[in-house]
Structures are given as C-alpha cells and as structure tokens.
Design a protein around this ligand. Structure first.
Ligand SMILES: NC(=O)c1ccc[n+]([C@@H]2O[C@H](COP(=O)([O-])OP(=O)(O)OC[C@H]3O[C@@H](n4cnc5c(N)ncnc54)[C@H](OP(=O)(O)O)[C@@H]3O)[C@@H](O)[C@H]2O)c1
Length: 359
C-alpha cells in the first residue's frame, strides 16, 4: 500500500479549492494556447469562455480547418486564431507579443507516428518546447505551463523520451528565463478519457464491428478527465514559481474493466502488448519522489538544480517516504466498470450534449 495522503474520491477534492486564486490570475489575462484545437485545447477554451469573462485566448496551431471548426463552434471574439508551427520560433515570438501567459499543449503524441518519424517528433516536441520558452522570454510573458505525460516517466518509447526532454527544458529553462521575468513549469498526467487517438474512440469503432481488442488483461492505466486536466493547468499556471512538475492524484483503471464498461456483451480478443507499451504507467518515479512533496490533491516535483530564486511556496508539503513511487498498478484509487461507464457518459461530453455513443 503506498504511503501518501490518499484523495477522497467521493469528494473529488481538490484543486478546485484554489478556484478564487485562478479567477484572480485569469482576470484580464491574455493566454497563448499552443495546440488549441486539440482535445485539451478545446476543453481549455470552453472553460475560459464559460468561467472567465474577460480572458482572451489565442489558439495557436497549424491546420486552418480545425481552427475554422473551433471558430464555428464557439463563435466568440475572445478567442483569436493564429496559424503557426511551434517549430517556427519567429512566428511563436510574434504570437506571444502582449500575452500574459502561455499554455503549451501542442505535440506529436501518437507512439507509432513518433517511432516512425523520430526527427519530426524531436522537432515538434523538443525543439518546439525550446522555442516556446525562448519566444515567451523574448516577448516578456510572465508564466508558461507545458503539458507532459506519464509516458515521460522512465520512458520506453520515443514519444515519452521527447516529452521527458521537453520537461527538462521547462524545468531548467528557468535558469535563462526566470531572471528575465518568465517562469516556466509543467504538468504531468495520464490518459485522458476519450481524447483523440485514445482507447475510447478505438473501442467505439470496434463496437460497430462487434468485438473489442485488449492488449493484455493485466494492463492498468491512470485516468483523468479533460475537466480535471484543465483544473491542473489552471492550478499550475496560478501557483508555479518556476521549475515545478505538477502531478495530480487520479484514479487507475484496468483496461479489461474499461472494455467491460463499454461493451459488456461483446467478445474480447487478447492481441498482446504492442512494442513500446508498458503494462503499467508511472506518474512519479522513485527518483522523482526523492525531490517531490505531497500537497494533498497532487504531488509537486521540485527542481534539483535550481539556480533561480523562488518564494517558498511548497514548504507546507509532506516529503515522501524512501522508495515511494506512484504507479497505475499500486494506486489506492480504482475505477470500477460502473464508475467508468458513468465517467464516460458524464465527463466533459455531457456538457457538450454527447454520450459514449457519440464520442
Ligand atoms: N491525450 C492524452 O491522453 C494525454 C495524456 C497526457 C498528456 N497529454 C499531452 O497533452 C497535450 C495535448 O494533448 P491532446 O490530447 O489535446 O492532443 P491532440 O488532441 O492531438 O491535439 C494536438 C494539438 O497540437 C497541435 N499541433 C500539433 N503539432 C503542432 C505543431 N508542430 N505546431 C503547432 N501546433 C501543433 C494540433 O493542431 P494542428 O495539427 O492543426 O497543428 C492540435 O491542436 C500534449 O502535449 C500531450 O502530450 C495528452
């Protein structure tokens, strides 16, 4: 049994206790959101439009069609649309002018695509991260937060390795940027319920074919809703002092339970684990835990090589016991098939008038 302050799943605790501070930080903010047309980006834009009436969001991404679809969906003048590639530093610098914060969500994130196109993954995920820090610093943006993944912890594939490098950039980049007034940090979380390219859309396609495929019946994953991911980013953006990695306490699920939740009547076919996939994911490694604190609803990994001054924001956190790590198979919070089903139907989709059948 892991030794940490467990989250009470019935209360969904949480980060939201910090909501007043978020509102203060978001008041009058002008946020550059790279990857703004993706799963996370769309949820972030929606949150801003619903909850922060005088916040402007600049969506930054490459594909004009996805941007025009977002424009048609939201139709709000507070959302601005910038075509650009994070590989293009000059364009990013221009896009950062006048912004008060950057949320960096753009990435190549499909494991097979990253393996087959390694130089492209490096250009987008690593050099793109460097460009974001450089551009924010050159444009005098105060706060930057980047999205990372559990696949960056002890990475097994190139996607994870590029995101680990990006994390290092967002931690150690403060040695350049903090003295210039730009503080950068990142959040790290696990699988997002139903995001593009995830197992839920795959299962949905398979429901039509009358069978579900499971890689390994022992496989476990962390699970987070888009709403919770947006909460985490708002928490990080509000509280970062420079160089933190924010890791939420989230539930785990067994992939077999997810299949049961999605298609209890359907036959399940075991197809074997794919190259580069782990049986279980890690959000906080033993090495991370040695310089992390437990803040109740989340862990905060603190920088090991800090050359910049920060206020002692995390002094209240509990240090973690020797040998502690936070993995999807040793988690103390599990989702049952019923809870998974409720989560799939209710999560962010409900607000958009969709259900599992229409994801
Ligand atoms: N989904 C998950 O389960 C999960 C879990 C943990 C962490 N994350 C992280 O969360 C972030 C967002 O993920 P997501 O699920 O929202 O991804 P997504 O739905 O695939 O969206 C990716 C976004 O990035 C943009 N983009 C891709 N390459 C770009 C480039 N070179 N320059 C500018 N924009 C680019 C895409 O638009 P264009 O194609 O039009 O450029 C799109 O807006 C990623 O950093 C990912 O690593 C995701």
């Amino acid at each position: 049994m892991p030794s940490y302050r467990p989250v009470d799943p019935t209360v969904r605790t949480d980060l939201r206790n910090d909501g007043d501070a978020w509102a203060e930080m978001m008041a009058g903010a002008n946020i550059l959101l790279t990857g703004g047309t993706g799963s996370f980006g769309t949820a972030f834009v929606e949150r801003v439009l619903n909850e922060y009436p005088d916040t402007i969001v600049r969506v930054f991404s490459r594909d004009e069609l996805k941007q025009s679809e977002l424009r048609a969906r939201f139709g709000d003048k507070r959302v601005r649309y910038f075509i650009g590639d994070v590989r293009d530093r000059a364009r990013l610098t221009r896009a950062c002018e006048g912004a008060t914060a950057v949320v960096h969500a753009a990435a190549m994130k499909q494991v097979p695509a990253c393996e087959y196109n390694p130089f492209e993954a490096i250009n987008t995920n690593i050099l793109g991260a460097q460009n974001v820090v450089d551009a924010a610093m050159d444009a005098g943006v105060g706060r930057v937060i980047a999205l990372s993944t559990d696949k960056a912890a002890n990475p097994l594939n190139l996607y994870g390795a590029t995101k680990l490098c990006a994390e290092k950039i967002f931690v150690q980049g403060n040695s350049y940027s903090a003295p210039a007034g730009t503080r950068v940090a990142c959040v790290r979380y696990g699988n997002v319920v139903g995001s593009r390219g995830s197992v839920v859309p795959l299962f949905k396609r398979q429901i039509a074919e009358g069978r579900l495929t499971i890689t390994d019946p022992r496989m476990t994953r962390f699970w987070i809703t888009l709403d919770h991911a947006v909460d985490l980013v708002l928490y990080g953006l509000t509280n970062l002092t420079g160089g933190e990695i924010f890791i939420p306490k989230i539930p785990s699920m067994r992939v077999v339970d997810l299949a049961e939740a999605v298609g209890p009547e359907l036959p399940k076919e075991i197809i074997g684990i794919r190259p580069g996939e782990k049986l279980h994911e890690v959000l906080l490694t033993e090495d991370d835990a040695s310089h992390a604190v437990d803040m109740g609803a989340l862990f905060v990994v603190l920088p090991l090589h800090q050359s910049w001054a920060t206020e002692p924001r995390w002094a209240d956190g509990d240090t973690l016991p020797d040998g502690f790590c936070y993995t999807s198979d040793t988690n103390s919070w599990w989702l049952s098939p019923t809870e998974l089903r409720t989560m799939l139907d209710a999560a962010s989709y409900e607000r958009r008038g969709a259900t599992l059948a229409t994801i």
